[in-house]
Write a protein that binds this ligand. Structure first.
Ligand SMILES: [Zn+2]
Length: 453
């Protein structure tokens, strides 16, 4: 998952969060499309208008205001006079949206907001669209009204408009709202099955955490490649995932594919600070293999082979940086794999240590479930690894993570996963194939990880 904001701004947002007792602030907004290349956005304020409003997109700098006395007038700039009750702006699109190329509006680009952001704000939003058009958005909806909260501006998110190819699929407690972009009628990808399997697997991490609606955007790319080329999970305005995918992906491709599981796992854990990217990516990368073994999409041996291969490929790629520094600099250095798998090394180590300390009664699953329950829905709260370790250790009842955290962050090498694999009985034979040794001391624990016991 990538974040639109740097950590320091995210932290500021939290620091500025209104107290729970502050009254809610409500606007109503209507997005009207009469000319398919022009969005008219009217916002009415419940109470006093904000002093300033801004958006990144190139709106027409003049806007119309309706005043409390009923008069209307044109204004320019970002300052809003206090007697204004409603403002109407117009936004020109590059082209009229089509099913192949709908309007894709990045929230932080077009969504007019008060500056500074106010965490109490909800914008009740309606769309008045041409016949045949619809809306794909992560925002929770109640009939025709979308409830847009402050997380829309805190994290990345997209709204699609146009004559969309949109379908809904119920997966346990979640409705997947799937929009296909650039797909042809003869494309064979069974999106309901592919995404449904992955979502069902992710839901097992925290069955009490319900995500009522998840937006999924599938962009067609590279027909014949039989795979997913890019995945992204976002939390802005609500949970969403975006994939660049071969629209002709086969059943065999879906069975091999791990990115959907990875991105759905991200929607359940708390929002972690970018300085702790190792933690969120370690969790998603470890569980993309574990959950696919538990749900029968790969064997336990295949899952262990993938974990071993990823760790082997990245653990010696040292540059003297600590785990904390590698994570904080990941977006600039682009050493993603190093950070992801360093995280996996720690998640595996903590899983095994927790299971050993509790006689295999509890493991990483239990700590992670507690983290998801505490943080999945509070998407304006940004967690650090230390917060996570405290919740985790309380849930598992053993002090496994807290005492290891400072050393982990200051370390310049992966923890000793060779020793862990040796005790689990995961090793390579002479030909390089991964074999599971049933005489290993932690064999039962190894099997429990991949069975979900
Ligand atoms: Zn990820």
């Amino acid at each position: 998952m990538r974040r639109a904001r740097v950590a320091t701004i995210a932290s500021l947002l939290v620091a500025c969060a209104a107290s729970p007792t502050a009254p809610a602030l409500r606007w109503t907004r209507t997005v009207t499309v009469r000319d398919p290349r022009v969005l008219s956005v009217e916002t009415c304020f419940d109470g006093t208008a904000p002093a300033r409003m801004e958006a990144l997109a190139s709106y027409d700098p003049t806007w119309r205001a309706r005043h409390r006395d009923g008069s209307e007038r044109e204004h320019r700039g970002v300052e809003i006079p206090s007697e204004v009750r409603c403002v109407t702006q117009t936004l020109a699109l590059d082209a009229a949206p089509t099913r192949e190329e709908p309007a894709t509006l990045r929230h932080r680009g077009w969504w007019w907001r008060a500056t500074p952001d106010d965490d109490r704000l909800t914008v009740q939003t309606r769309f008045e669209l041409p016949a045949g058009w619809s809306v794909s958005s992560p925002w929770p909806r109640d009939g025709a009204v979308f409830h847009v909260d402050a997380s829309t501006m805190a994290w990345e998110g997209y709204t699609l408009l146009g004559p969309l190819h949109r379908t809904e699929h119920t997966v346990g407690s979640t409705v997947l709202d799937v929009t296909r972009v650039g797909f042809r009628d003869d494309d064979t990808l069974d999106a309901a099955r592919w995404l449904g399997d992955a979502m069902r697997a992710a839901q097992t991490l925290a069955p009490t955490v319900v995500l009522p609606r998840v937006q999924a955007i599938l962009h067609a790319t590279a027909r014949g490649s039989d795979t997913v080329h890019f995945g992204l999970a976002s939390r802005g305005g609500g949970p969403s995932v975006l994939f660049l995918v071969d629209p002709s992906m086969t059943t065999a491709g879906m069975e091999r594919e791990w990115q959907a599981t990875h991105e759905f796992v991200h929607l359940f854990h708390p929002v972690f600070d970018d300085r702790d990217a190792w933690l969120r990516e370690g969790i998603a990368t470890y569980y993309q293999e574990v959950l696919r073994a538990r749900t029968g999409r790969q064997s336990a041996a295949q899952a262990w082979a993938s974990l071993l291969a990823g760790l082997d490929e990245t653990r010696d790629d040292r540059n003297g940086a600590t785990l904390a520094d590698e994570s904080a600099a990941m977006a600039h250095t682009r050493r993603y794999r190093r950070v992801y798998w360093w995280g996996v090394a720690w998640v595996l180590t903590l899983d095994v240590a927790t299971r050993e300390a509790t006689g295999n009664a509890r493991g990483f699953d239990d700590g992670l479930r507690a983290l998801c329950e505490a943080g999945a829905r509070e998407t304006l709260r940004v967690w650090r690894a230390r917060d996570a370790a405290a919740v985790f250790d309380r849930a598992t009842g053993v002090d496994v993570w807290g005492p290891r955290l400072d050393g982990a962050l200051a370390g310049t090498a992966f923890p000793d996963v060779d020793a862990v694999f040796a005790r689990l009985g995961v090793r390579r034979d002479r030909a390089g194939a991964v074999v599971l040794d049933d005489r290993a001391p932690l064999r039962a624990l190894r099997d429990a990880i991949m069975h979900g016991d």
